[in-house]
Design a protein around this ligand. Structure first.
Ligand code: PMP
Length: 390
């Protein structure tokens, strides 16, 4: 315990300590924190579906019909018609033959990487991929080659120079979770064709958000689903529920059902979660207006921050990083935002590389124009107060 306490003290000194904070509810565009109403700018509830009445009703109805839990793993007693309906809906959303639901997006990445590649194979992984991809690479028996972030020349060089006796798998986030930038998926798919590699995309932040019907990054770029062998996603962000999934060819899904340990050895997702996710997919496919509103807000916020003098990397996603570098400065910025009525999170090492601490602002389709103005004013006040902008 002494060793643990010493380590925690070191984290505190470096501005890298984290604490849990309880909130009344983090689902709306505003949140009550310590008795104050703040604009929520840290949620992944991009389309505002978490507190949509239709989602609530679907979940309540599922509890009434099926109860609160699945009571078994999928291969034993845990598969209900809701699982199968949701998997069909996900396959349709992703334009694939089939899909399989996991308990989290994290587990979906672990499952894919630990079971689809083996000792003879090589994974080529973007250096800024999500932690669950990194952990999946660690669990897999394949060799791992990390390429520079979204650097297609580096990826090409590494594909060219790495001897491989088995298969090659290129894995990337579709939208990078801490930078909001998109993978160069067209170039990745072309490189994969040239070098006989498969592509795996983690579309946690793009599903429901990008593409005409919310299909994600491949949909956004117009890349046929067959060119992306493994499409991972989560049900916990734009879909507003909980869980993860993998979409792809029927044989891929059949293989995962038989061999993916995080799938085989875990209790299935519960009925209310499945029913809410299913309802969300219907809403996502039929209510493009939510996506359009989200993209309009994203453009407005990016423009507003740039015109105040902030350096904001370009991007399409509703994740807007304000990179400050130093973790203590980032924490101060965060506190000043809160004083200005905005709830955002300070993202620090190890979530992002050292020296790139940032405020990660995320938007929701349910933010109002007034919320947006308040975010820009709070950023301006914090930025000026700390000398980040002049
Ligand atoms: N991939 C990415 C890119 C993510 O941002 C996240 C969630 N932070 C996950 C996977 C994991 O998804 P889940 O929260 O469903 O475990």
């Amino acid at each position: 315990m002494k060793r643990l306490q010493d380590k925690l003290d070191q984290l505190k000194e470096a501005g890298l300590y984290r604490r849990l904070r309880s909130m009344s509810s983090a689902s709306g565009p505003r949140v009550q924190v310590d008795g104050r109403s703040l604009v929520m700018c840290a949620s992944n509830n991009y389309l505002g579906l978490v507190d949509d009445e239709r989602m609530r009703a679907a979940a309540v109805d599922a509890i009434a019909r099926y109860g609160t839990g699945a009571s078994g793993s999928r291969l034993i007693t845990g598969t209900t018609e809701l699982h199968l309906q949701l998997e069909s809906a996900l396959a349709e959303l992703k334009h694939t033959e089939a899909a399989l639901v996991f308990n989290t997006g994290y587990m979906a990445n672990l499952a894919a990487l630990s079971c689809l590649v083996g000792t003879e194979d090589v994974i080529f992984s973007d250096e800024l991929n999500h932690a669950s991809i990194i952990d999946g690479c660690r669990q897999s028996k394949a060799s791992v080659v990390v390429y520079r972030h979204n650097d297609m020349d580096d990826l090409r060089r590494k594909l060219e120079d790495t001897p491989v006796s088995g298969e090659r798998l290129i894995v990337t986030d579709g939208v990078f979770s801490m930078g909001g930038d998109l993978a160069n998926l067209p170039a990745i798919a072309d490189l994969a064709d040239s070098y006989g590699a498969c592509v795996m995309v983690d579309d946690a932040h793009a599903t429901g958000v990008l593409g005409e019907h919310g299909g994600g990054t491949a949909d956004y770029y117009g890349i046929p689903a067959e060119r992306i062998a493994v499409q991972v996603g989560t049900l916990s962000k734009a879909i507003g529920a909980e869980g993860g999934f993998i979409a792809g060819a029927r044989v891929l899904i059949d293989y995962l059902v038989n061999c993916a340990r995080p799938f085989v050895f875990s209790t299935a997702l519960s009925p209310p979660v499945l029913a809410a996710a299913l309802r969300a997919i219907e809403i996502i496919q039929t209510e493009g207006g939510r996506r359009h509103r989200l993209h309009a807000l994203t453009k407005q916020l990016r423009r507003g921050l740039v015109s105040e003098g902030f350096e904001v990397p370009p991007g399409e996603a509703p994740i807007i990083p304000v990179i400050l570098g130093d973790p203590l400065q980032t924490l101060k910025f965060c506190r000043r935002l809160e004083a200005g009525g905005v709830f955002a999170t300070a993202i620090r090492h190890p979530t992002v590389p050292s020296g790139t601490s940032r405020i990660r602002l995320t938007l929701m389709a349910t933010h109002s124009d007034e919320d947006l103005d308040q975010i820009i004013v709070a950023c301006k006040t914090a930025g000026r107060g700390l000398g980040v902008i002049s």
